[in-house]
Write a protein of this length. Structure first.
Length: 181
């Protein structure tokens, strides 16, 4: 299946001088697989990019610069949240419903995270495999922490009010599951 590219939108209550644009490319290369590439363009030196760390699960990644994918179904209220840090750390959670019934879940296969940065762009590519649930709705988002400590929130779409990536309005991309080959 081909990939889909979308721009993330800055939340209207936020300001971010460091970032010009954030785009994300998403693909379903095969059954149970998801490929993501986030591309941030701007003054990367003004972004607090987490330092490289040993790959593995870590809570609280959203408190700093990180990239997120929310995966749900048009047929159910349960959904998954995946967080990916430029440090190469990641987190995965399952929710039974909107912000309730949260449980950390280890993926069957740990995600592969690749980071590339220059003065004017930061790219984070993720390969997820071993996904066992059929997701057809996605929310793609980013938290950007600037070196001055301010945070901005970027998503495909935002609900009214404060930033809330868990809100169904953020699940703005419909992407059918890849067929088993």
């Amino acid at each position: 299946m081909g990939s889909v590219r979308r721009a993330l939108v800055l939340h209207p209550d936020c300001r971010c001088d460091a970032v010009e644009t954030i785009e994300v490319q998403i693909a379903r290369p095969g059954a149970g697989e998801l490929a993501l590439r986030f591309v941030v363009k701007g003054d990367i030196a003004s972004i607090a990019v987490p330092a490289a760390a040993d790959p593995g699960f870590a809570d609280g990644l959203w408190k700093h610069s990180c990239f997120e994918a929310f995966a749900g179904s048009s047929e159910a209220t349960a959904y998954h949240e995946f967080n990916f840090s430029p440090s190469s750390q990641w987190a995965a959670y399952r929710f039974d419903d909107y912000r309730s019934g949260m449980a950390a879940i280890p993926p069957l296969v740990p995600p592969e995270i690749d980071v590339d940065a220059s003065a004017c762009d930061l790219q984070l590519a993720v390969a997820l495999a071993g996904l066992t649930e059929a997701h057809d709705l996605f929310g793609l988002s980013a938290v950007i922490e600037q070196v001055d400590g301010t945070h901005s929130y970027w998503a495909l779409a935002h609900p009214l009010g404060k930033p809330d990536f868990h809100h169904k309005d953020c699940f703005a991309l419909e992407l059918p599951a890849a067929s088993a080959s």
